[in-house]
Design a protein around this ligand. Structure first.
Ligand SMILES: C[S@@+](CC[C@H](N)C(=O)[O-])C[C@H]1O[C@@H](n2cnc3c(N)ncnc32)[C@H](O)[C@@H]1O
Length: 354
């Protein structure tokens, strides 16, 4: 389309003139480069613009379309019938400026149009992806496919004042756990030493660093990509490596190393006040590593995915399992911190070690 190219210093004057002469195309946005601003021109108004203005050039240029305020429902109703509309989920996860949608298989042929409708209806969203593979494997990573917007899968997510750089396929992250991380932060007392097993790209360590007076937080993560993001995030949030120590390795190797290192260098390993175990599928397999490093009176937060009916029995089973390993635990609280699937919840057991 035609656009008016003008030096930045003349932009206000030219804009005023364009508005006065009805020459500004309001369905497109102005655009800029380092020295100029480009105003979209209404069709057939080239002549009226040039008159009386110096240092103005009319150029041919692609101009960004303006996002108009049409509701998501109205956009979707433009190409979906009532039955199809009912299949579109409305509560989507947004990580940074990326929206993650789930597309019902009956709508696959229209998924790009659906994604564009979400993109146009959400100003803070620049990319819409669909889940293409569920979280799996040891690293709990997933697949996503870009359907609309910019062609990228990385973003910076802001959570509780912490900036987290993430790649949706290279490391695990759930924006839906933000309130759970803050709940844990509220329990942490001044001077605590906290171990975050399975720390991923460091959302728990960094939220705890920002919102608590913990003296030391140690994160252990196996996935090298997630660990690299964690280190970058620690730096971005200006947190020192003395306060938040991040280790790339297997919890079952690194926890014994922490003990050995403490004994060698500091004349005795100092136990942790709190251990977080956010690996819901297999956390309990690591209880044998967590229990010996929590001080008496300290706490373990163990996550699991469970059907509602199993929650109470599972709590008792975990306490018994610890008993068999020679540790006495009291179940302080069970917190549902999100729905994982129909009737299945992400549950956190807050356990006090005697
Ligand atoms: C469910 S994710 C949680 C990540 C992070 N805490 C969060 O909330 O975003 C579990 C993480 O545990 C890591 N992991 C799995 N097995 C591990 C092990 N044996 N040692 C250390 N990390 C492990 C995975 O790579 C994954 O990043």
């Amino acid at each position: 389309m035609k656009a008016v190219k003008v030096r930045l210093c003349d932009a206000q004057l030219v804009k005023k003139k364009l508005i006065e002469t009805n020459a500004l195309d309001t369905s497109h946005m102005p655009d800029r480069d380092s020295e100029h601003i480009y105003f979209p021109l209404a069709e057939g108004s080239e002549d009226s613009v040039v008159l009386g203005l110096e240092s103005v050039e009319i150029v041919e240029r692609e101009m960004p379309e303006k996002r108009v305020n049409i509701s998501l429902n109205d956009r979707l109703a433009g190409f979906l019938n009532t039955e199809e509309l009912a299949l579109v989920g409305r509560s989507q996860e947004v990580v940074g400026d990326i929206m993650i949608i789930e597309v019902d298989e009956r709508l696959i042929g229209k998924e790009k149009e659906i994604a564009s409708a979400f993109l146009e209806s959400n100003k803070q969203v620049n990319v819409v992806v669909k889940k293409s593979a569920i979280h799996s494997g040891q690293f709990r990573t997933r697949g996503v496919e870009v359907l609309a917007g910019e062609d990228r899968k990385d973003t910076t997510h802001l959570e509780s004042g912490v900036r987290l750089y993430l790649h949706l396929e290279k490391s695990y992250f759930s924006a839906r756990l933000g309130s759970e991380r803050l709940r844990i932060a509220k329990l942490v007392k001044k001077g605590e030493r906290v171990l975050v097993m399975f720390s991923g790209s460091a959302p728990y360590p960094l939220v705890l660093a920002k919102h608590t007076q913990a003296s030391k937080i140690v994160g252990i993560e196996l996935n090298p990509d997630a660990h690299a993001f964690a280190v970058k995030n620690r730096e971005k949030n200006k947190v020192s490596s003395d306060r938040v120590e991040l280790i790339n390795g297997d919890v079952q190797v690194e926890v014994p190393r922490l003990i050995a290192h403490g004994e060698e260098k500091e004349g005795g390993f100092t136990k942790f006040d709190r251990v977080l175990m956010p690996l819901p599928k297999t956390s309990e397999e690591f209880l044998g590593d967590a229990l010996p490093v929590v001080r008496p009176g300290g706490m373990i937060h163990l996550y699991a995915f469970l059907n509602e009916k199993e929650i109470d029995d599972e709590g008792k089973r975990i306490v018994n399992l610890c008993e068999e390993m020679g540790f006495t635990l009291k179940l302080d609280k069970v917190v549902k911190c999100g729905q994982h699937a129909p009737y299945t919840f992400r549950v956190c057991y807050d356990l006090i070690v005697s």
